[in-house]
Every structure is written in C-alpha cells, then in structure tokens.
Design a binder for this molecule. Sequence first.
Ligand code: SF4
Length: 328
Amino acid sequence: MSQQTLLEVRGLKKYFEAGRPGFFSRTVRHVHAVDGVDLNLRKSEVLALVGESGCGKSTLSLLLMGLEDPTEGMITYDGQNITHLNDNERKSVRRKIQMVFQDPYESLNPTQTIEEIVTEPLVVHGFDGSHAERGEKVKKALEDAGLRPAEVYMKRHPHELSGGQRQRVVIAGALVLDPEIILADEPVSMLDVSIRAEIINLLAELRITRQIAVIFITHDLGSVGFFADRVAVMYLGRIVEIGTMLDVLERPQHPYTKALLSVIPVPNPRMRRERIILQGETPNPIDLPTGCRFHPRCPVAIATCKASDPALIPLTKTHQAACLLLVK
Ligand code: SF4
C-alpha cells in the first residue's frame, strides 16, 4: 500500500451553539461535537471510524466534506489547505472526496431513472466531454459498482431495485466523478444482513481497482474487521484510540475499545470473551465530564481520572495495567 498521505486533519473542532443555561445568563453553551481530532488517510487506505451514535463521527465526516465549517483546526487534502474554501474551490475538491450516506432510500430521487441519477453529478460538476463519453462514464460507474450489465438498470427507477442495488447506485453516483476518497457514513446499517457483506466487499474491491481511499464510519466494530487497514475509535468528540486493524482488534488499549470489542459475538463457541457492560449513558456533550471524559463509565477509573485528562494523569502501575492509555 502506498504511504502517500491524501488527507490530514489537525486539531479539528466543531462546536455548535446550544443556547444559554438560563434567561439572564450571559454564557452561551456549546455542543462539543468534534473536540480536537488528529487524523490522516493514505492513498487507497481503508480507515474505519467507529463509535456509538452521538460520538461526533458523522459531524467529522461533514467537516471533511466541507459541509460544515470547523470552529478550529486544519484539514489538508493532497497538501492543499482545504479548511475554509469558497464555493468554486470547494466544488473542485468535492469531486475528489465523495460521500455515501446511510439511507439509499432517501439519497435517490424516485422520479429519476438510474441513468439520470448517475449522470447528474457530472452535469453539476460541468463535465465537458461529449454525450457519448458521458454515457460511457455512467456505464462504467454502474458496472464498477456491481450493476452489470449497466443497460439492464439504466432505464429503471429506484423503486424497481432492491436495497442493496440502490446503495450500489449511490456508490455509482460517487464513482462517476473519479473520487480519490469515499466517506461512507454507516453505508450498510439500513440494509439486510445478507447484503451488508456484499457492499463492504464492493468498497474493499474499489480501493484496489480504482485506488480509492475509504473512511468507513460505523457504530459496529465487528463489521470492519476483515477489510479496514486501520481503526480509529471515537468517544465524545475525540479519537481515543487509533491503530492497525489487527492491533486494535487483538490488543485494544483503551477501556472503551475493550468494551466495544467485548460485545462482538465470537463465531467459535469454545472461545469466550468476558463481556464488559458500560454503566450509564454517554455524557451530554454540552456538559462534558472533568478530567478523562470517559471516567463516568470507565470500569477501571480511579479518583485521579476525574481531575486529569489521560495525557496528564500520572498512571500508577496497576492503573496503567488496567487502563493502558498511552501517556504522551
Ligand atoms: Fe478510564 Fe481513567 Fe483510563 Fe480514562 S484515564 S480511560 S477513566 S482508567
């Protein structure tokens, strides 16, 4: 795999205003949706971004797409700072970073044919080739998305297709622009279990055939095991652990990652994992806990965790053995 970095994120934050705590209060409260994320993505790499709903992973993907403006931090794509772009500059970057949303039913216009749906991105981005070249691109995108032969599908409407076929049309609509990165936000969670593996296999295939890097956003750590190169685990707006897929799945360091892994069913009935059930709900991202933001739910928390962030906590030997957070 090439080591060329395509996308780099440094200190990225996104806070949303959440009103004032009281009528007379001057303080404006904020939802800390993304709160200091560092990340990079290499060419044709698959990075899984995993976390519970509300952890900030979808907001992070909107920031990467330029659909939200960051409060702080920097995003570079292919060496170019793309943090704040005007509409024209954004348009040319967006050709290269495409998004696949969770719900193929919502993403497709029911009145258009599949051909029209996949042609539309070319029109929006001002494709200047001939009519025949445009048709060829649409056909290739459909076939690369697994809808072969393309002619069978082009004149149909979304309601004539299965859920899996519709998600392939959504992917074809991204492929037609020859992207270098696909941001797939829970792309299989609305699909039948039997079809999920097909879509994941398709994304795995595209990183080889088209050299596309994929950020695969999911709440299900079990679904990324066989195709992600690296896994980033997100909790309350921060990445708490990142590593190669093997390291994270076999040697998780953070207690939160361990808890996520412990509830994934193991296919071998003779192997048992001790289930770690986290107590309580994810804290409110408006009123973040002091110290380590995982401490209210952490099964191995000690008193110090309430006061200091992991990077600052002087971990004792026993605490370190339980927590294993890397002290910077
Ligand atoms: Fe748990 Fe403390 Fe480690 Fe945070 S620093 S993950 S609360 S043990």
